[in-house]
Design a binder for this molecule. Structure first.
Ligand SMILES: Nc1ncnc2c1ncn2[C@@H]1O[C@H](COP(=O)(O)OP(=O)(O)OP(=O)(O)O)[C@@H](O)[C@H]1O
Length: 235
């Protein structure tokens, strides 16, 4: 599905990621974990074309997409839900969803896609005419994810979906990720809740100082000393 090899991103003089290798298979959930500033968001933004890479190669569904513009990558089937639940607060839930698919399809197709998504996001169905800004943080996160899915991506890049949510909503977001995988999506998940991320992921990688320090199955990482000590607080 996705294969990144040796990707590097600079912010001016700073090399924020220094040769990252990552892959995500069909219907796989891969967790990318690491401390603040390790380069996780930078990696996701580079994969979907929002940041230029200075080295490396990104292959998506067998096609070299390195250097492609974000809208072209999006049309090829990759979507990003950025950190921070960026919904349009003054617009209704329905309007937010419609904007998600705007670049990709006509109105009839967007309405049909919206209907499919409401099956996966029942919490949004009763909120369609409500302003997005009046919903809880968890509901806004659901909406942000649903909006990313309007373009029918094959691969979803999810940046810190549980950040700042109440524990009950965190569980709901993780249940949703599991349901999305069941529905056929591949997911690259950046998550500070490392314990939960490793429970639902198939594989995981640890990013440290802009490089991959460790990769393996989620079980391997959950039992590794590095992850237990640095990210799960076990000593
Ligand atoms: N726009 C920017 N300009 C300059 N440096 C940046 C910029 N964005 C990020 N950085 C730096 O790049 C490095 C990686 O940042 P990034 O946001 O990718 O980390 P992260 O692992 O996602 O952390 P966090 O969880 O805090 O978002 C950090 O050292 C950060 O300070």
């Amino acid at each position: 599905m996705l294969h990144a090899e040796g990707i590097k991103v600079r912010y001016g003089e700073i090399e924020a990621i220094r040769g990252v290798d990552l892959s995500v298979g069909e219907r796989e959930v891969v967790a990318l974990i690491g401390a603040n500033g390790a380069g996780k968001s930078t990696t996701l933004n580079a994969l979907c074309g929002l940041l230029p890479t200075v080295a490396g190669k990104i292959t998506f569904q067998g096609t070299d997409v390195t250097g492609w513009a974000p809208d072209k990558i999006s049309r090829s089937g990759m979507a990003l839900t950025p950190e921070g639940r960026r919904v349009f607060g003054q617009l209704t839930v329905a309007e937010n969803l419609m904007l998600g698919g705007a670049a990709h399809a006509g109105r009839a197709e967007r309405v049909q896609r919206q209907e499919e998504l409401l099956e996966l996001f029942p919490v949004l169905r009763s909120r369609m005419t409500q302003k997005a800004g009046n919903m809880s943080g968890g509901e806004q996160q659901m909406l942000a994810i649903a909006r990313s899915l309007m373009s029918r991506p094959k691969l979803l890049l999810l940046d810190e979906p549980s950040l700042g949510l109440a524990p009950q909503m965190v569980d709901k977001v993780f249940d949703l990720i599991v349901a999305l995988r069941k529905a056929g999506l591949s997911i690259l998940l950046v998550e500070q809740n490392v314990g939960l991320a490793l429970e639902i992921a198939d594989r995981a990688s640890v990013l440290r100082g802009g490089s991959i320090a460790l990769s393996g199955s989620a079980e391997e990482l959950a039992s590794s000393d590095l992850v237990r000590q640095a990210y799960l607080g076990v000593h």
